[in-house]
Write a protein that binds this ligand. Structure first.
Ligand SMILES: [Zn+2]
Length: 188
């Protein structure tokens, strides 16, 4: 089973601030750094469109205070290395970052996936071809994902991710996507 540390705690204060968001829209002040926006028992559902495989997925991955093994398994397969087909468990905390980005931005769009899990073989290939991917990339550990949203600009998505302060955030203006991961809080 997965052994990632989980943080499903959230404060009532955070929740209250969230609910008090102006006209239902979340303001930056309501984002408590490092804390989950989703309630500890609230169902968490993510929707994706994979830009390479063109697959779509909407799946609940958390309900009644626990991660759902079936949902996590479906997501692991969906977020496989699309070049090699290799699968690797994904850190559920990464899903919580995406779910909180969904709540904080108010998006109605699925996350467009550019890259999720990367096998060592794929990472080496990308490095050799000068794609500027890191040798110790967290994509190799199932702890990073590159995404964009159709209805939220990538710069705004980056800003929201930075406010969460829950890991690394990278902004790629040209290819238009945001990298988020569950590593140390940092930005590039
Ligand atoms: Zn990335």
């Amino acid at each position: 089973m997965l052994s990632w540390p989980t943080d499903v705690e959230t404060t009532r204060a955070t929740r209250r601030l969230f609910l008090m968001g102006l006209g239902g829209a979340l303001t930056a002040a309501a984002v408590a750094p490092g804390r989950l926006l989703a309630g500890p028992r609230e169902e968490r559902v993510l929707s994706f469109f994979h830009t390479h495989t063109h697959e779509r997925l909407t799946v609940p991955y958390f309900a009644d205070g626990a991660y759902l093994p079936e949902g996590l398994s479906t997501l692991t397969s969906f977020l496989r290395d699309f070049r090699t087909g290799d699968e690797h468990p994904i850190d559920p905390a990464l899903y919580d970052i995406l779910n909180d980005l969904r709540l904080a931005t108010g998006t109605n769009s699925p996350f467009q996936v550019i890259s999720a899990y990367r096998s060592p073989r794929t990472n080496s290939m990308l490095r050799e071809n000068g794609h500027g991917v890191a040798q110790g990339s967290l994509h190799l550990q199932g702890r990073a994902i590159d995404v964009r949203l159709a209805d939220v600009g990538s710069a705004a998505l980056r800003d929201t991710a930075l406010e969460l302060q829950r890991g690394g955030v990278g902004y790629y203006r040209g290819p238009d996507f945001v990298h988020v991961d569950t590593g140390r809080v940092r930005r590039w």
